[in-house]
Write a protein that binds this ligand. Structure first.
Ligand code: NAD
Length: 316
Protein backbone atom coordinates (compact mmCIF):
# COMPACT_ATOMS: atom_id res chain seq x y z
CA UNK A 1 0.00 0.00 0.00
CA UNK A 2 1.31 3.46 -0.94
CA UNK A 3 1.55 5.85 2.01
CA UNK A 4 1.04 9.57 1.48
CA UNK A 5 1.56 12.32 4.02
CA UNK A 6 -0.60 15.39 3.27
CA UNK A 7 1.35 17.54 5.71
CA UNK A 8 -0.41 20.84 4.99
CA UNK A 9 -3.80 19.16 4.55
CA UNK A 10 -5.72 18.10 1.44
CA UNK A 11 -9.33 18.76 0.42
CA UNK A 12 -11.65 15.88 1.47
CA UNK A 13 -12.65 15.18 -2.15
CA UNK A 14 -9.00 14.72 -3.14
CA UNK A 15 -8.38 12.55 -0.07
CA UNK A 16 -11.35 10.37 -0.94
CA UNK A 17 -10.13 9.91 -4.53
CA UNK A 18 -6.74 8.77 -3.24
CA UNK A 19 -8.26 6.39 -0.68
CA UNK A 20 -10.57 4.89 -3.29
CA UNK A 21 -7.47 4.29 -5.42
CA UNK A 22 -5.96 2.32 -2.51
CA UNK A 23 -3.63 4.95 -0.99
CA UNK A 24 -3.22 5.47 2.75
CA UNK A 25 -3.54 9.22 3.30
CA UNK A 26 -2.26 10.67 6.55
CA UNK A 27 -3.27 14.26 7.27
CA UNK A 28 -1.64 14.55 10.70
CA UNK A 29 0.64 17.60 10.67
CA UNK A 30 4.26 16.72 11.41
CA UNK A 31 6.43 19.71 12.47
CA UNK A 32 9.33 20.53 10.17
CA UNK A 33 12.03 19.37 12.63
CA UNK A 34 10.41 15.92 13.01
CA UNK A 35 9.99 15.31 9.28
CA UNK A 36 13.51 13.93 8.58
CA UNK A 37 12.68 10.93 10.79
CA UNK A 38 8.91 10.58 10.39
CA UNK A 39 8.67 11.16 6.61
CA UNK A 40 10.85 8.07 6.07
CA UNK A 41 7.73 5.93 6.49
CA UNK A 42 5.99 7.53 3.49
CA UNK A 43 6.21 7.14 -0.30
CA UNK A 44 4.90 10.61 -1.08
CA UNK A 45 4.29 13.97 0.56
CA UNK A 46 1.98 16.81 -0.39
CA UNK A 47 2.54 20.32 0.90
CA UNK A 48 1.14 23.81 0.43
CA UNK A 49 3.43 26.73 1.25
CA UNK A 50 4.11 25.98 4.93
CA UNK A 51 6.11 22.74 4.84
CA UNK A 52 9.59 22.99 3.29
CA UNK A 53 11.06 20.08 1.38
CA UNK A 54 14.75 20.91 1.20
CA UNK A 55 17.80 18.89 0.24
CA UNK A 56 18.48 17.64 3.80
CA UNK A 57 14.94 16.30 4.14
CA UNK A 58 15.14 14.64 0.72
CA UNK A 59 18.45 13.01 1.71
CA UNK A 60 16.89 11.71 4.93
CA UNK A 61 14.02 10.01 3.07
CA UNK A 62 15.33 7.61 0.41
CA UNK A 63 11.85 6.02 -0.01
CA UNK A 64 10.29 9.28 -1.15
CA UNK A 65 9.04 9.03 -4.74
CA UNK A 66 6.82 12.06 -5.18
CA UNK A 67 6.40 15.58 -3.80
CA UNK A 68 3.09 17.27 -4.57
CA UNK A 69 2.55 21.01 -4.09
CA UNK A 70 -1.07 22.05 -3.71
CA UNK A 71 -0.80 25.44 -5.38
CA UNK A 72 1.56 27.25 -7.71
CA UNK A 73 4.88 28.41 -6.25
CA UNK A 74 7.43 25.68 -5.59
CA UNK A 75 9.96 27.91 -3.82
CA UNK A 76 9.50 25.80 -0.64
CA UNK A 77 10.79 22.71 -2.49
CA UNK A 78 14.31 21.99 -3.78
CA UNK A 79 12.84 20.91 -7.11
CA UNK A 80 16.02 20.33 -9.09
CA UNK A 81 17.63 18.37 -6.28
CA UNK A 82 14.53 16.22 -5.83
CA UNK A 83 14.39 15.50 -9.56
CA UNK A 84 18.10 14.64 -9.60
CA UNK A 85 17.26 11.94 -7.04
CA UNK A 86 14.48 10.59 -9.26
CA UNK A 87 11.70 12.12 -7.17
CA UNK A 88 8.75 13.48 -9.15
CA UNK A 89 7.58 17.00 -8.26
CA UNK A 90 4.09 18.14 -9.25
CA UNK A 91 2.14 21.33 -8.57
CA UNK A 92 -1.38 22.45 -9.49
CA UNK A 93 -0.75 25.69 -11.33
CA UNK A 94 -4.19 26.58 -12.66
CA UNK A 95 -6.50 25.45 -9.87
CA UNK A 96 -6.44 28.63 -7.78
CA UNK A 97 -6.14 31.37 -10.43
CA UNK A 98 -9.78 32.50 -10.35
CA UNK A 99 -9.80 32.67 -6.54
CA UNK A 100 -6.62 34.75 -6.39
CA UNK A 101 -8.01 37.12 -9.05
CA UNK A 102 -11.21 37.60 -7.03
CA UNK A 103 -9.14 38.47 -3.95
CA UNK A 104 -7.35 41.15 -6.02
CA UNK A 105 -10.72 42.86 -6.44
CA UNK A 106 -11.49 42.39 -2.76
CA UNK A 107 -8.37 44.49 -2.10
CA UNK A 108 -9.11 46.95 -4.89
CA UNK A 109 -12.65 47.67 -3.72
CA UNK A 110 -11.34 47.86 -0.18
CA UNK A 111 -8.74 50.43 -1.21
CA UNK A 112 -10.98 52.72 -3.23
CA UNK A 113 -13.76 52.66 -0.59
CA UNK A 114 -11.50 52.67 2.52
CA UNK A 115 -13.08 49.49 3.85
CA UNK A 116 -10.02 48.50 5.87
CA UNK A 117 -10.09 51.78 7.79
CA UNK A 118 -13.88 52.03 7.90
CA UNK A 119 -14.03 48.61 9.56
CA UNK A 120 -11.67 49.79 12.27
CA UNK A 121 -13.44 53.13 12.77
CA UNK A 122 -17.13 52.25 12.81
CA UNK A 123 -19.00 54.74 14.99
CA UNK A 124 -19.52 53.44 18.47
CA UNK A 125 -22.75 53.82 20.39
CA UNK A 126 -23.13 57.40 21.64
CA UNK A 127 -21.04 59.00 18.86
CA UNK A 128 -22.55 62.34 17.85
CA UNK A 129 -19.96 64.33 15.92
CA UNK A 130 -20.48 64.27 12.13
CA UNK A 131 -16.92 63.09 11.54
CA UNK A 132 -17.42 60.19 13.91
CA UNK A 133 -20.64 59.19 12.18
CA UNK A 134 -19.76 59.60 8.53
CA UNK A 135 -16.11 60.02 7.88
CA UNK A 136 -15.16 62.69 5.37
CA UNK A 137 -12.47 60.32 4.14
CA UNK A 138 -15.07 57.85 3.03
CA UNK A 139 -15.57 59.56 -0.33
CA UNK A 140 -14.18 56.92 -2.58
CA UNK A 141 -13.84 56.42 -6.30
CA UNK A 142 -15.29 53.86 -8.71
CA UNK A 143 -13.24 51.22 -10.46
CA UNK A 144 -15.33 51.51 -13.62
CA UNK A 145 -13.50 53.44 -16.32
CA UNK A 146 -10.16 53.32 -14.51
CA UNK A 147 -7.02 51.61 -15.83
CA UNK A 148 -5.54 48.59 -14.12
CA UNK A 149 -1.95 47.74 -14.97
CA UNK A 150 -1.19 44.06 -14.69
CA UNK A 151 2.46 43.14 -14.25
CA UNK A 152 2.89 39.46 -15.07
CA UNK A 153 0.23 38.38 -17.54
CA UNK A 154 0.19 34.66 -16.77
CA UNK A 155 -2.69 32.59 -15.45
CA UNK A 156 -3.68 34.84 -12.53
CA UNK A 157 -2.88 38.06 -14.38
CA UNK A 158 -5.26 36.99 -17.15
CA UNK A 159 -8.02 36.00 -14.70
CA UNK A 160 -7.61 39.42 -13.09
CA UNK A 161 -7.96 41.05 -16.51
CA UNK A 162 -11.22 39.15 -17.14
CA UNK A 163 -12.82 40.55 -13.99
CA UNK A 164 -11.50 44.03 -14.81
CA UNK A 165 -13.05 43.94 -18.28
CA UNK A 166 -16.31 42.81 -16.73
CA UNK A 167 -16.22 45.87 -14.46
CA UNK A 168 -15.71 48.20 -17.39
CA UNK A 169 -12.04 48.89 -16.64
CA UNK A 170 -9.20 49.41 -19.09
CA UNK A 171 -6.40 46.86 -18.86
CA UNK A 172 -2.72 47.44 -19.61
CA UNK A 173 -0.49 44.39 -19.46
CA UNK A 174 3.24 43.81 -19.16
CA UNK A 175 4.90 40.40 -19.26
CA UNK A 176 8.51 39.43 -19.86
CA UNK A 177 7.23 36.71 -22.21
CA UNK A 178 3.80 37.72 -23.55
CA UNK A 179 1.96 34.57 -24.58
CA UNK A 180 -1.62 35.56 -25.45
CA UNK A 181 -3.03 38.27 -27.70
CA UNK A 182 -6.65 38.05 -26.67
CA UNK A 183 -8.75 37.10 -23.69
CA UNK A 184 -11.93 35.03 -23.85
CA UNK A 185 -14.57 36.32 -21.46
CA UNK A 186 -17.39 34.08 -20.24
CA UNK A 187 -19.76 36.63 -18.73
CA UNK A 188 -22.96 35.91 -16.83
CA UNK A 189 -26.08 35.08 -18.82
CA UNK A 190 -24.07 32.92 -21.19
CA UNK A 191 -22.56 36.00 -22.90
CA UNK A 192 -19.16 35.40 -24.45
CA UNK A 193 -16.72 38.01 -25.72
CA UNK A 194 -13.16 38.23 -26.99
CA UNK A 195 -11.04 41.19 -25.98
CA UNK A 196 -7.63 42.01 -27.51
CA UNK A 197 -4.87 42.41 -24.91
CA UNK A 198 -3.20 45.83 -24.75
CA UNK A 199 0.48 45.25 -23.94
CA UNK A 200 2.83 48.06 -22.95
CA UNK A 201 6.33 48.36 -21.51
CA UNK A 202 6.74 48.04 -17.74
CA UNK A 203 7.47 51.79 -17.58
CA UNK A 204 4.32 52.65 -19.55
CA UNK A 205 2.13 50.39 -17.44
CA UNK A 206 3.52 51.91 -14.26
CA UNK A 207 3.08 55.49 -15.49
CA UNK A 208 -0.37 55.13 -17.04
CA UNK A 209 -2.31 52.93 -14.60
CA UNK A 210 -4.62 54.00 -11.80
CA UNK A 211 -3.96 50.69 -10.07
CA UNK A 212 -1.17 48.16 -10.40
CA UNK A 213 -1.72 44.48 -9.69
CA UNK A 214 1.35 42.29 -9.41
CA UNK A 215 1.28 38.69 -10.71
CA UNK A 216 4.92 37.71 -11.20
CA UNK A 217 6.77 34.75 -9.65
CA UNK A 218 9.19 35.16 -6.74
CA UNK A 219 12.28 37.15 -7.68
CA UNK A 220 15.48 37.88 -5.76
CA UNK A 221 15.08 41.60 -6.44
CA UNK A 222 11.76 43.43 -5.89
CA UNK A 223 9.87 44.19 -9.12
CA UNK A 224 8.46 47.37 -7.54
CA UNK A 225 10.56 49.69 -5.37
CA UNK A 226 11.01 53.40 -4.64
CA UNK A 227 11.81 54.23 -8.30
CA UNK A 228 8.66 52.53 -9.60
CA UNK A 229 6.42 54.01 -6.89
CA UNK A 230 7.71 57.50 -7.76
CA UNK A 231 6.87 56.83 -11.42
CA UNK A 232 3.28 55.75 -10.68
CA UNK A 233 0.36 58.18 -10.99
CA UNK A 234 -0.05 60.23 -7.82
CA UNK A 235 -2.81 58.61 -5.79
CA UNK A 236 -2.53 55.24 -7.52
CA UNK A 237 -3.20 51.97 -5.70
CA UNK A 238 -1.19 48.76 -5.55
CA UNK A 239 -2.34 45.18 -5.01
CA UNK A 240 0.11 42.37 -4.45
CA UNK A 241 -1.33 38.86 -4.38
CA UNK A 242 1.77 37.26 -5.93
CA UNK A 243 4.75 36.47 -3.71
CA UNK A 244 6.58 38.06 -0.82
CA UNK A 245 9.79 39.76 -1.94
CA UNK A 246 8.34 41.18 -5.17
CA UNK A 247 7.67 44.58 -3.56
CA UNK A 248 10.06 46.72 -1.50
CA UNK A 249 7.80 46.95 1.55
CA UNK A 250 9.56 49.86 3.27
CA UNK A 251 9.58 51.91 0.06
CA UNK A 252 5.87 51.14 -0.26
CA UNK A 253 5.15 52.45 3.25
CA UNK A 254 7.08 55.62 2.39
CA UNK A 255 5.09 56.08 -0.82
CA UNK A 256 1.83 55.67 1.12
CA UNK A 257 2.92 58.04 3.89
CA UNK A 258 3.94 60.73 1.41
CA UNK A 259 0.61 60.46 -0.44
CA UNK A 260 2.27 59.32 -3.66
CA UNK A 261 0.21 56.12 -3.41
CA UNK A 262 -3.35 56.12 -2.06
CA UNK A 263 -3.54 52.54 -0.87
CA UNK A 264 -2.10 49.05 -1.01
CA UNK A 265 -3.73 45.65 -0.68
CA UNK A 266 -1.30 42.90 0.29
CA UNK A 267 -1.81 39.15 0.53
CA UNK A 268 1.90 38.24 0.51
CA UNK A 269 4.82 39.52 2.55
CA UNK A 270 8.58 39.40 3.04
CA UNK A 271 7.92 37.81 6.40
CA UNK A 272 5.14 35.25 6.50
CA UNK A 273 3.08 34.52 8.46
CA UNK A 274 3.93 37.65 10.50
CA UNK A 275 4.42 40.74 8.30
CA UNK A 276 6.69 43.56 9.46
CA UNK A 277 5.23 45.99 11.99
CA UNK A 278 5.18 48.96 9.56
CA UNK A 279 2.48 47.24 7.51
CA UNK A 280 0.19 46.18 10.35
CA UNK A 281 -2.62 48.60 11.18
CA UNK A 282 -1.43 51.06 8.52
CA UNK A 283 -4.58 53.05 7.65
CA UNK A 284 -3.89 52.83 3.91
CA UNK A 285 -3.08 49.13 3.75
CA UNK A 286 -5.49 46.25 3.58
CA UNK A 287 -3.90 42.97 4.62
CA UNK A 288 -4.79 39.32 4.16
CA UNK A 289 -2.64 36.41 5.39
CA UNK A 290 -1.83 34.72 2.05
CA UNK A 291 -5.39 33.55 1.44
CA UNK A 292 -5.49 33.95 -2.34
CA UNK A 293 -6.25 30.28 -2.89
CA UNK A 294 -8.34 29.83 0.25
CA UNK A 295 -11.75 29.21 -1.23
CA UNK A 296 -13.79 26.02 -1.18
CA UNK A 297 -13.70 25.88 -4.96
CA UNK A 298 -9.94 26.38 -5.33
CA UNK A 299 -9.12 23.91 -2.57
CA UNK A 300 -11.37 21.27 -4.11
CA UNK A 301 -9.83 21.81 -7.56
CA UNK A 302 -6.33 21.65 -6.02
CA UNK A 303 -7.17 18.47 -4.09
CA UNK A 304 -8.70 16.73 -7.11
CA UNK A 305 -5.88 17.79 -9.45
CA UNK A 306 -3.22 16.69 -6.99
CA UNK A 307 -4.95 13.37 -6.29
CA UNK A 308 -5.29 12.67 -10.01
CA UNK A 309 -1.60 13.48 -10.62
CA UNK A 310 -0.50 11.22 -7.75
CA UNK A 311 -2.77 8.32 -8.77
CA UNK A 312 -1.58 8.53 -12.38
CA UNK A 313 2.07 8.68 -11.29
CA UNK A 314 1.92 5.56 -9.13
CA UNK A 315 -0.18 3.70 -11.72
CA UNK A 316 2.67 3.89 -14.26
P1 NAD B 1 2.25 32.20 -14.24
O1 NAD B 1 3.53 31.49 -14.35
O2 NAD B 1 1.06 31.69 -14.98
O3 NAD B 1 2.43 33.74 -14.65
C1 NAD B 1 3.52 34.52 -14.26
C2 NAD B 1 3.85 35.43 -15.43
O4 NAD B 1 4.79 36.42 -14.99
C3 NAD B 1 4.49 34.71 -16.61
O5 NAD B 1 3.74 34.97 -17.78
C4 NAD B 1 5.92 35.29 -16.69
O6 NAD B 1 6.37 35.41 -18.01
C5 NAD B 1 5.71 36.64 -16.05
N1 NAD B 1 6.89 37.25 -15.44
C6 NAD B 1 7.88 36.67 -14.74
N2 NAD B 1 8.71 37.60 -14.22
C7 NAD B 1 8.23 38.80 -14.64
C8 NAD B 1 8.64 40.14 -14.44
N3 NAD B 1 9.71 40.44 -13.72
N4 NAD B 1 7.91 41.12 -15.02
C9 NAD B 1 6.80 40.83 -15.74
N5 NAD B 1 6.37 39.57 -15.97
C10 NAD B 1 7.07 38.57 -15.42
O7 NAD B 1 1.93 32.28 -12.68
P2 NAD B 1 0.50 32.52 -12.00
O8 NAD B 1 -0.17 31.23 -11.78
O9 NAD B 1 -0.20 33.59 -12.73
O10 NAD B 1 0.99 33.04 -10.57
C11 NAD B 1 1.49 34.37 -10.41
C12 NAD B 1 1.98 34.58 -9.00
O11 NAD B 1 0.91 34.39 -8.06
C13 NAD B 1 3.08 33.63 -8.53
O12 NAD B 1 4.01 34.37 -7.79
C14 NAD B 1 2.37 32.66 -7.63
O13 NAD B 1 3.24 32.09 -6.70
C15 NAD B 1 1.37 33.60 -6.98
N6 NAD B 1 0.23 32.96 -6.33
C16 NAD B 1 -0.25 33.51 -5.20
C17 NAD B 1 -1.33 32.94 -4.55
C18 NAD B 1 -1.88 33.55 -3.30
O14 NAD B 1 -2.45 32.84 -2.49
N7 NAD B 1 -1.76 34.84 -3.10
C19 NAD B 1 -1.92 31.77 -5.05
C20 NAD B 1 -1.42 31.24 -6.24
C21 NAD B 1 -0.34 31.85 -6.86
Amino acid sequence: MIKLLANDGIDPVGKQLLEEAGFTVDTTFIPQDELPVKLQAYDAITVRSATKVRQALIDACPNLKLIGRGGVGVDNIDVEYAQSKGIAVHNTPAASSASVAELVFGHLFTGVRFLQDANRKMPVEGATKFNDLKKAYAKGIELRGKTIGILGFGRIGRETAKIAYGLGMEVLAFDLYPSVNEIELALGGGVKATVPVKYASKEEVIAQSDFISLHVPFSEEPVLGAKEFAAMKKGAGLVNCSRGGTVDELALVEALNSGQLAFAGLDVFDNEPTPRAELLQHPKISLTPHIGASTNEAQERIGVELATLIINYFKQ
